[in-house]
Design a protein around this ligand. Sequence first.
Ligand code: SF4
Ligand code: SF4
Length: 74
Amino acid sequence: MTRALIRPEKCGECQPCEVQRQCAMKAVFREDPNEQPWVDFYRCSGCLKCKAFCPNDAIEAIRHPCDGRARMGW
Ligand code: SF4
Ligand code: SF4
């Protein structure tokens, strides 16, 4: 099962986040406009189309979402 993870160290905190804007599953959330966006793994389909939307190459495809490396939504 593949999901998209936004790598916090790579995310440039764009305004707006194109990954959030263009995700067809509405799987990307940002509670506060000044915070980094994050992917809800329950909503994410793993299509990885967002890789093309992110100018900072912050999207990583992961197969084991609960590895504890970043903010998790699983
Ligand atoms: S487009 Fe990429 S770098 Fe910019 S805020 Fe979204 S995830 Fe972060
Ligand atoms: S992999 Fe697809 S569903 Fe998941 S965040 Fe990226 S664009 Fe949205």
